[in-house]
Write a protein that binds this ligand. Structure first.
Ligand code: IYR
Length: 209
């Protein structure tokens, strides 16, 4: 049988009032998600990360690598900092300087070794035609993962060293896989602060026709 009702498919029609409550509660929770850069080295329950990975839809477009080993994290940090140093000291444009100013970032990337875990999603390269869609699909999977991580009370950072192909070599992944983002996961340091920036109001990002 190719199709079935699916034991794991949500089939129950939830009353609208309850749906409204659930969606407001999701919104209230998600609006508190922030990228953090100051991670505590305190261990986090591995099952929270496992559950968040399990929440991602299964697909053949991606591979996730989970790094907790201190030596590997140090190696990734050294290589990321070498790339970022070139970016901040040589390649940065005036436009990028303006974008990054409120974030206060620089080439130093303590979060890679401070955070107890690093997750690296890889997009698997297919034929030329499906390359863009597999980027998009992997991005969607990363979004589901980040939402689940936040829901589980953990913090994350979407770090995109550029270029980041070195991560593939550090983790000995095959050439047809492209790392798309580096995600430190953990608890915030006690004195962790985030930039005082706000999400755009919905009417600035949405047009209803
Ligand atoms: N890769 C640099 C610059 C940078 C890029 C993005 I997209 C950010 O959201 C923040 C910084 C860095 O990580 O410092």
């Amino acid at each position: 049988m190719l199709f079935g009702i699916g034991q794991d498919r949500e089939t129950e029609r939830i009353p609208v009032q309850e749906l409204t409550r659930l969606s407001s509660s999701y919104y209230e929770r998600m609006k508190k998600r922030r990228n953090i850069r100051d991670f505590s080295s305190e261990p986090v329950p591995a099952e929270l990360i496992e559950k968040a990975i399990s929440a991602i839809p299964t697909s053949s477009h991606y591979h996730f690598e989970w790094v907790s080993d201190d030596h590997r994290k140090q190696e990734i940090r050294n290589r990321a900092e070498a790339e970022e140093k070139k970016f901040y000291e040589e390649r940065i444009t005036e436009e990028w300087k303006d974008v990054l100013k409120p974030l206060g970032t620089n080439w130093q990337k303590e979060h890679i070794t401070d955070a107890p875990h690093i997750i690296v999603p890889f997009k698997k390269r297919g034929s030329e035609n499906d390359d863009i869609s597999s980027f998009i699909l992997t991005g969607i999977e990363v979004g589901v993962f980040l939402s689940a991580i936040h829901h589980g009370g953990l913090c994350s950072l979407t770090h995109t060293p550029s270029p980041m192909t070195f991560i593939r070599d550090c983790l000995e992944r095959p050439k047809q896989e492209m790392p798309i983002v580096l995600l430190p996961i953990g608890y915030p340091k006690e004195d962790c602060v985030v930039p005082n920036i706000h999400k755009k109001p919905i009417n600035e990002i949405l047009v209803i026709l």
